[in-house]
Design a protein around this ligand. Structure first.
Ligand SMILES: *[C@@H]1O[C@H](CO)[C@@H](O)[C@H](O)[C@H]1NC(C)=O
Ligand SMILES: *[C@@H]1O[C@H](CO)[C@@H](O)[C@H](O)[C@H]1NC(C)=O
Length: 143
């Protein structure tokens, strides 16, 4: 929709807009400085979620046990990996990127909203107006 509208503008305006868009979205420095809020929600139907998150530079949020329906947030511009598992289930565990500047800066917007569910881990995608499945249980996506 936005693209269609810009194409209908007078050509000089459109070109300036395109240059600005290219500069904004492809310049690595502009992306890496942006502070993003990460929100992790336990959306299990009944189980507790144990989490332990660390950033690429060693920031550590410690171990947390979250009951169903609870969430917590933190703010960052660097990559984060979280170990997630249920209290007692042997199948729901793994290591997952909860923020990866390369892929998530644009698709998350200002907030990466993760929903941890019985069947996997979902991320809210603004363009889809919905949570979209991202990660399967039982896999170590990061270290
Ligand atoms: C995290 O996101 C959920 C879903 O939008 C929201 O209900 C919750 O309040 C948020 N948590 C925090 C701590 O902001
Ligand atoms: C989850 O955390 C609770 C509380 O710290 C602990 O008792 C339990 O053993 C943990 N479960 C797993 C699978 O690590």
């Amino acid at each position: 929709m936005i693209i269609k509208k810009t194409l209908q503008m007078a050509p000089p305006t459109c070109q300036i807009l395109a240059i600005l868009l290219i500069l904004f979205f492809t310049s690595p420095s502009s992306v890496s400085c942006v502070q993003i809020q990460v929100n992790l929600s336990n959306d299990f139907t009944k189980d507790n979620l144990n989490s332990s998150c660390h950033s690429i530079t060693g920031r550590d949020l410690g171990k947390r046990t979250m009951s169903p329906g609870t969430s917590f947030t933190w703010t960052t511009s660097e990559a984060w990996c979280c170990s997630l598992e249920t209290d007692f289930d042997s199948e729901r565990y793994g290591l997952f990127y909860m923020f990866n500047p390369k892929t998530d800066s644009t698709r998350c917007g200002k907030e990466c909203r993760w929903s941890v569910r019985d069947d996997g881990i979902y991320l809210y995608i603004a363009d889809a107006y919905d949570y979209v499945f991202q990660y399967k249980w039982g896999i170590w996506y990061c270290i």
